[in-house]
Design a protein around this ligand. Sequence first.
Ligand SMILES: C[S@@+](CC[C@H](N)C(=O)[O-])C[C@H]1O[C@@H](n2cnc3c(N)ncnc32)[C@H](O)[C@@H]1O
Length: 304
Amino acid sequence: MKEGPISSSSNFNHVPVMGKEIIQSLKELPSELTKQGLIIDATIGGGGHSAQILENFPGIKIIGLDQDPMAREAASKKLIKFGTRIKIISTNFADFSLDEQAICVLADLGVSSHQLDEPSRGFSFRLNGPIDMRMNPKEGSSAAELIETLSEQNLADLIYELGEEKRSRRIARKIKNDLAENGPYSGTQDLSYAIAGCFPPKQRYGRIHPSTRTFQALRIAVNNELGSLESLLLKAPNWLLENGLFMVMSFHSLEDRRVKSSFKTDNRLKVLSKKPIRASPEEIELNPRSKSAKLRISAKKFLT
Ligand SMILES: C[S@@+](CC[C@H](N)C(=O)[O-])C[C@H]1O[C@@H](n2cnc3c(N)ncnc32)[C@H](O)[C@@H]1O
């Protein structure tokens, strides 16, 4: 994934991806649903998608979830003008439960540009920071702890499976040797430099930074992103009213494969997007992050 410009924690600069397509799908719902329905924005981030929805549908209320305190703070600020139409909850979407029923559940997976651009969060290999990568800084182990505790074999498997990185064995060996000989890395740039050294010089300066896949793997593992997604895919259909929409946007194939197969096999859902919806060339031009996005939409079936 490409990384954008540096932002401060008070300047949450995440640009919502495929906002138009999401609004258009909601417009196609029966008007009795959009006149006064509830939407669950499972990944509220900076509140970009929620703001677009609240602006377009004056009768809709949103419950927004995020496990990242900085995201919740940014979303609260952005959405304050919508008053009681927005409620923000601190939770992992995998742990959420809902008493009422919603007309839509939206999940825009992965990290926000803000998380990537804020060095102190440790997601970035270009900006130096602690090797952390936790979306919820109060939960679980940091990436530094993960590389320290995993065996070389398990670290290699993780980098291969979650980063789809062919050089996983070499990278794991280098990381474990460095840790044994020199102690912990000083920060994300130090780790990134070590990873880049596992590639032949020609590949160190290509379009994709050599650390991209390894950092992706560590981030997915630290946040148990695939486990949380599996829980959401199981739970969210139960939160929906008949015809309600389940929209999931993913940014890598490990997520998209799970969404595709779950939508297809879940007998509570009818698949509306046979092929994933992609960002338009105009949007990709304006926001390169949208290039890898795949949006899949299904609808809740009438169950007797
Ligand atoms: C791509 S951003 C969402 C951006 C948002 N749609 C917007 O327009 O501003 C993803 C957000 O989801 C949050 N997130 C990722 N996985 C989560 C989970 N399992 N539970 C709760 N929040 C999660 C991240 O902390 C991040 O803020």
